[in-house]
Design a protein around this ligand. Structure first.
Ligand code: CUA
Length: 345
């Protein structure tokens, strides 16, 4: 092979490599990595991207060189020289990809194993999804409940997940991992946040009309601040001795059951628009021709029997009421009756 040809090939390769590298680096393809697991996943991404750029440069260089060098001359209708394979070349183009694919497999396996290892004494958080809200419980802090996933920085966390109704999927882009949530099973996801900040929690499984609104936040805090938050305030005590005042219990249920995700209600400072505005309950009951309290009970236990005009049917889960005890249903109804009466004064 002539020296000039080698120089040309290398030149094409460098140009193709530079183009590939620019395209890989210039747009921000990935969100920032805010956990150790995400850092490792990003490493795999860049490892594979590097290999792709390398292969692309070789293929593009040979292709460009051949197109220019071996182009058919005008009026040359002869056949090309017969070629019957090249053993050395065939071994090379089989062996090199085999080695690269194996390397990707090994690196991925190591990263998966490391990402799954929760280490000693992880913080455990129970994640519960339902149409269309997230709830987070902290068993080591009296089962404290939160609408926002608060986590201490640099501590290993195990999220144990489940769903109260349909399939949902937990995703924090900055943590680079997703996990489906289904009723009856409890998959876990391991995360070690390593950057203080606030990131979105997104549902990435179409779970109903409110799917697009099924969002929350994760707040990664300094360990001291997290401890103060975790030990502060009232702890959830379902059916416990320190049952809060009736109105408070109703409000807690309103938020816990995810009513706040879909309904507007001043008393709960919620602004959902998927379902009817509950500040207008008296007018809605009147339209339905049912007394207020009966209307509220019926709307919770049989949500699709009567639907406020202008709102689609079958959005509120039909078995919503069955998930509440009689006492809880009463607390929720009394809370809504009280806030409706307050609203009309
Ligand atoms: Cu829950 Cu989409």
């Amino acid at each position: 092979m002539r020296r000039g040809s080698i120089v040309q090939l290398v030149l094409f390769g460098v140009v193709a490599g530079a183009a590939g590298t620019t395209l890989a680096i210039a747009p921000a393809w990935l969100p920032e990595a805010a956990s150790r697991e995400a850092g490792r996943i990003h490493f795999v991404f860049w490892f594979v991207t590097g290999i792709c750029i390398f292969i692309f440069s070789i293929v593009a260089a040979v292709l460009a060189y051949s197109v220019l060098k071996f182009r058919r001359k005008p009026d040359d209708d002869s056949d090309g020289p017969p070629i019957h394979g090249h053993t050395g070349l065939e071994i090379a183009w089989t062996a090199v990809p085999a080695i690269l694919v194996t390397a990707i497999g090994v690196v991925s396996a190591i990263v998966l194993a490391k990402d799954d290892a929760a280490g000693a004494n992880p913080l455990r958080v129970e994640v519960v999804a339902q149409q269309f809200a997230w709830s987070f419980y902290y068993p080591s802090y009296g089962n404290k409940r939160s609408d926002v996933l608060r986590l201490p920085v640099n501590r290993s966390v195990v999220l144990r997940m489940t769903s109260r109704d349909v399939a949902h999927s937990f995703w924090v882009p900055q943590f680079s991992q997703k996990q489906d949530l289904l009723p009856g099973i409890h998959p876990t996801l391991h995360i070690t946040p390593d950057r203080v900040g606030t990131y979105p929690v997104i549902c990435t499984e179409l779970c109903g009309l409110g799917h697009a609104l099924m969002r929350s936040q994760t707040v990664v805090m300094k360990p001291g601040a997290f401890e103060r938050w975790a030990k502060s305030g009232k702890q959830a005590s379902p059916g416990g001795a320190t049952a809060p005042a009736k109105g408070q219990a109703g409000l807690t249920l309103f938020n816990q059951q995810g009513c706040n995700a879909c309904h507007t209600l001043s008393a709960a400072a919620s602004h959902g628009t998927t379902g009817p505005d509950l500040d207008k309950l008296p007018a809605e009951a009147q339209r339905a021709g049912v007394p207020l309290e009966k209307f509220i009970v019926h709307s919770i236990t049989h949500p699709n029997a009567y639907v406020e005009p202008g709102y689609p049917k079958s959005v509120m889960p039909p078995d919503f009421g069955t998930k509440l005890s009689t006492a809880q249903l009463d607390q929720l109804v009394q809370f809504l009756v009280a806030s409706a009466k307050k609203g009309t004064k």
